[in-house]
Design a protein around this ligand. Structure first.
Ligand code: MN
Length: 735
């Protein structure tokens, strides 16, 4: 076929699905590309224009995209490989076409080395994030598909490298975008170069049985077709075999033979209406013996991603099992073409206007075929892209930072030593200020010096990530220890004085170890340093020590009472039987023994929380969290409050469990409650109430009543809930 004929074929393809396409501009794009690539050849020796033409053909055949996408596909290598410029394309075609071409070029420039899984996931996310317009990634995938189809002309080294990249980056993206057919082809082509022997083995086995298989497929299809025809159900039947890579995975991972693979064959019946789907199911089960437990009704209960179909596995007449999927035309379109199907109906909609920037992510997730729930949740995370930015180290590693991150965040993400010795930064080779905001795809280099004086306090305000901030704080903590100890000591002593505790009581060699244990520091200097840099407060330290000193004092009294002369004559003192202070529900109320204790309903404290007590009229002591608004200093100073607030602390004999509550704010989605219950059961947390409220803007507020042992367990539960996809905030209600 001549180049001209290939172009005519492209026009014909487009005309078939989009007769109103802008053929004048498309032809102009072809002519422009042809002229600019003139003289360039592909590795095969063919003129270069063959490649953009073929990419445009894929964009038309497989994705059925709009005119601007076809133009961009034809021009996609012009900025990168010819002297054409963004401005030129923008003027001659449109700013959109130019930005699509620019976007594809940007993705082309990224170099991927083989990396561990996490890096791969970051790369995939970055690629999608960089393609602000979904069409960029669609054209890029078409580009990669054509390059893979013509990979035979490349060196073996390049073949392996590109195939690996395709397998790890592009096939998963195609899958995520719901484009199953392209995904399969990319996987098969990659496998061919990554494991030529394994691939060949499968292909030749399939070839060897081709006649047998073809006959089976034709016969089965004909049986279904005929029966449905007799019943005048309007339908189409397709048959397909599992593709080589998918067979490869089953054979090699599960160590199976070709005939042991259950779903080697699949048939798809597409009908007009939902009721016909169920009619067809009846017919299939009548024709063939259904295999128990393999029927799935994704029409009545769609998959979390919205995929709909009836699936059943049956035994064919020759004892060969196969799967049948039954769906309506509409369900079929969405399952088959994924995001592209939506694109077709939404020309010009994405990338601006009412449709949000990440709207397409939601759409594509609705259309994923065969993705299970876990995978769905996983892919949902790309929806969170608005708060992430992906940048490169000079070595090509991807760093994932919060949106708005600066070189300071980057430096500390690499290593605290890098941050602490930073004197400057370069982005894409140019020196920038440390507060510059990083963009997706930036290459960031940190300039360090041994003579660096260390971070400045201002960095703490500039840094976006908590990681950077805490590392900077760490530095101040370490480097300024002397200073911190001095300021910490001063505020500690002031607080002691304020509470009327003599310093000598604290320094008493008998008391000190117990006191330090209460505040979890091994020396007084450590405690001072912590107070000095702000990691702990003098108030908290004194509060805890006061409880301990009270306990020691009571112990002494008890000891004294236990001193009795042995046999009434010896002066020897019998060691006291240690008598633990009895506490009510694990609470020690200073100066009061065994008084009635109840936990306030407003803030439901658990062991480990800072607490205060309020003497109620007639109901004993009510215990609040120190940070409860109902126990705020303002409240405590209010009228009628004087003398009623007392110090309370947790004893060692706390109860098995304490009742408390949590509030979870999240984006509403399927299976949310399921995921949260999974966390609760994995942490052995008993739930007594769970109440979900959804708001109109798709947020959900979940109120949980749970029983926990102490604040450690509670923190653990909160941390795990926070890690669930879609969860925005976990708080303990108070007040
Ligand atoms: Mn290309």
């Amino acid at each position: 076929m001549t180049i001209q004929e290939q172009y005519e074929q492209l026009e014909a393809t487009i005309r078939a699905y989009n007769p109103g396409a802008d053929f004048e501009q498309i032809r102009a794009a072809f002519t422009f590309a042809e002229q600019h690539h003139r003289g360039q050849t592909r590795k095969s020796g063919e003129p270069y224009i063959i490649h953009p033409l073929a990419v445009a053909q894929i964009v038309a055949v497989e994705l059925k995209l709009d005119s601007e996408s076809i133009e961009a596909a034809l021009l996609h290598d012009c900025i990168e490989d010819t002297n054409a410029t963004h401005d030129q394309i923008s003027k001659l075609f449109s700013p959109t076409v130019a930005s699509l071409v620019e976007g594809v070029s940007k993705l082309t420039r990224i170099q991927y080395a083989t990396k561990e899984d996490e890096q791969m996931e970051n790369l995939r996310k970055m690629l999608i994030a960089m393609s602000k317009d979904i069409r960029v990634i669609l054209i890029k995938i078409a580009d990669r598909l054509h390059n893979m189809r013509t990979m035979e002309y490349q060196t073996p080294e390049k073949q392996k490298q590109k195939s690996l990249e395709t397998m790890e980056i592009y096939a998963p993206i195609a899958h995520r975008l719901g484009m199953q057919r392209i995904k399969w082809e990319l996987e098969d082509l990659s496998l061919k170069y990554l494991d030529p022997i394994g691939y060949q083995e499968i292909v030749s086995q399939l070839d060897g049985k081709k006649q047998e298989y073809d006959a089976f497929m034709a016969k089965t299809r004909q049986q279904i077709d005929q029966r449905l025809g007799e019943l005048s159900i309007e339908h189409e039947v397709y048959g397909r075999m599992k593709h080589p890579y998918s067979i490869y995975r089953k054979m090699f991972n599960q160590n199976k033979q070709l005939d042991e693979i259950f779903d080697l064959f699949a048939f798809r019946v597409v009908v007009g209406t939902v009721s016909d789907c169920y009619n067809v199911l009846g017919v299939i089960h009548d024709l063939y013996k259904p295999i128990l437990g393999r029927f799935k009704d994704y029409i009545g209960t769609p998959k979390p991603n919205g995929y709909q179909s009836l699936h059943t596995t049956v035994l064919g007449t020759d004892g060969i099992p196969f799967e049948v999927q039954i769906r309506t035309r509409e369900m079929h379109e969405v399952a088959e073409y994924g995001v592209a199907a939506h694109w077709k109906y939404k020309q010009g909609g994405i990338g601006g206007g009412t449709e949000g920037r990440y709207e397409w992510v939601r759409r594509l997730l609705e259309n994923q075929e065969g993705a299970d729930a876990e995978e769905y949740i996983h892919s949902l995370k790309i929806d969170m892209f608005s708060d992430e930015v992906f940048v490169f180290t000079p070595n090509g590693d991807v760093q994932n930072l919060p949106a708005g991150a600066t070189p300071i965040d980057f430096a500390y993400a690499i290593h605290s030593a890098v941050g602490n010795h930073m004197v400057g930064a370069k982005v894409n080779g140019r020196i920038v200020t440390l507060d510059s905001v990083l963009k997706n795809g930036d290459i960031v280099e940190i300039i360090t010096s041994k003579a660096a004086k260390g971070p400045s306090r201002d960095w703490m305000k500039i840094a976006k990530s908590s990681e950077a901030r805490s590392k900077i704080r760490q530095w101040f903590k370490k480097e300024k220890k002397e200073e911190n100890i001095a300021t910490g000591r001063a505020s500690f002593e002031a607080e002691l004085k304020h509470c009327g505790i003599p310093m000598k009581d604290v320094l008493d060699s008998e008391n000190l170890p117990g006191l330090l244990k209460r505040v979890s520091y091994s020396t007084l200097d450590d405690l001072y340093a912590a107070i000095g840099y702000g990691g702990f407060t003098a108030q908290k330290a004194v509060n805890r020590m006061q409880g301990e000193l009270g306990r020691i004092a009571r112990q002494h009294q008890a000891d004294k009472a236990a001193v009795v002369p042995i046999d009434g004559q010896s002066d020897e003192v019998r060691p006291a039987v240690p008598k633990t202070t009895k506490s009510e529900r694990g609470i020690i109320v200073e100066g009061l023994n065994n008084c009635l204790v109840k936990f306030s309903k407003c803030c439901t404290p658990v062991p480990g929380d800072e607490i205060v007590g309020f003497i109620t009229r007639g109901y004993g002591v009510s215990v609040h969290r120190a940070d409860c608004p109902n126990a705020s200093p303002e409240r405590r100073a209010g009228p009628g409050q004087e003398g009623r607030w007392i110090r309370v602390s947790w004893g060692t004999d706390t109860d098995e469990s304490y009742h408390t509550s949590l509030e979870v704010v999240c984006k509403d989605r399927n299976n949310l409650v399921l995921d949260i219950s999974a966390v609760l059961s994995s942490t052995n947390t008993r739930v007594s109430a769970l109440n979900l409220r959804t708001s109109e803007d798709q947020f959900a507020i979940l109120h949980l009543e749970i029983d926990v042992r102490d604040s450690r367990q509670l923190q653990d539960v909160m941390k795990k809930i926070m890690q669930i996809s879609g969860v925005l905030k976990v708080t303990r209600p108070a007040g």
